[in-house]
Design a protein around this ligand. Sequence first.
Ligand SMILES: [Mn+2]
Length: 216
Amino acid sequence: MKRSLFIGDVHGCYNEFAEIIELFGFVKGTDTLYQTGDIINKGPSVLKCIQLIEDLGIQCVLGNHEARLLKTLNTPKLEWTEKERERIKKIKELDFVSSVISKWPLWIDTPEALLVHAGLEPFKEKLEDMSPDVLVSIRMWNSKPWYDLVHWHKPVVFGHWAKKGLLIRPLFKGLDSGCVYGKELTAWCPEEDRFYTVKAKKTYAEINKTAYSDLS
Ligand SMILES: [Mn+2]
């Protein structure tokens, strides 16, 4: 049987990323792998993750971290802030990484589900009308979680909200269970309606202590 697997936010956690694909029993040429974005920053092995994505043909959407990097790279170097300079310095093989992530779309409409990094913009019917910034960074909208304000005709798979953790509803699968923060990496297979989980090998980063609505 052809299956698909939607994998949550990775942030450079290569070992857990490879392990969850192994646990699923991925068959190349038959199965399809998707990922919610935010592959880069925070964690230990970003380059290996990007290589794995290319090797296995994993279909990723843009996360806010990739969107921010691409935005910085489109700005003249002289205008980069100190923080931007620091972030970019940490990325190995920047040209390769940026060439890969610049191919990623804001959403992927698969037969089983709609995949997006953060969520959908409430009160908009078409994805094309939604703000790219919202698609990669929304959590709350008018003091409510965005998914309480959105209806969609198929399941929506997203990441981005590690503090909230795993969200399982018939129409919404929130897969960011905070792997880089020492919790776990989660993936969902719609054909089996089954979740796969891999425990983080360690705590790679401290969770941002600011409000839910931040962009981290
Ligand atoms: Mn994110």
